[in-house]
Write a new protein. Structure first.
Length: 108
């Protein structure tokens, strides 16, 4: 799908027409229709439109592989007891004696 089609799809999901999206984005009334004629929006414009539609810019660009906001908020975890875990601090490996101290402090 094109950027125009994606904007139209998300606008419809939000109960808005393209003129309303343009107005809420601070754009001229018919600017979004130009995207259907080969005019490409700037990233700044897409960002504003995405905010109005409450979606990621990647969704408007057609990238369905982006992670959800819920997944993005998940903090990475590591099992400190695994020998294959590579942990670093400031880009340098954590010495084994420091790892033992960290494990004791965390109760692992």
């Amino acid at each position: 799908m094109s950027v125009y089609d994606n904007i139209k799809k998300y606008a419809k999901k939000r109960g808005m027409n393209l003129q309303t999206v343009a107005k809420k984005s601070g754009l001229s009334r018919n600017v979004i229709y130009q995207y259907n004629k080969g005019v490409n929006p700037t990233l700044e414009t897409l960002t504003v439109i995405a905010k109005v539609l409450d979606v990621d810019v990647s969704k408007l660009l057609g990238d369905d592989t982006s992670i959800s906001k819920k997944e993005a908020k998940k903090k990475p975890t590591v099992d400190l007891n695994k020998d294959d875990a590579i942990l670093t601090f400031d880009g340098k490996p954590i010495p084994e004696e420091d790892m033992e101290l960290i494990k004791r402090l965390l109760g692992k």
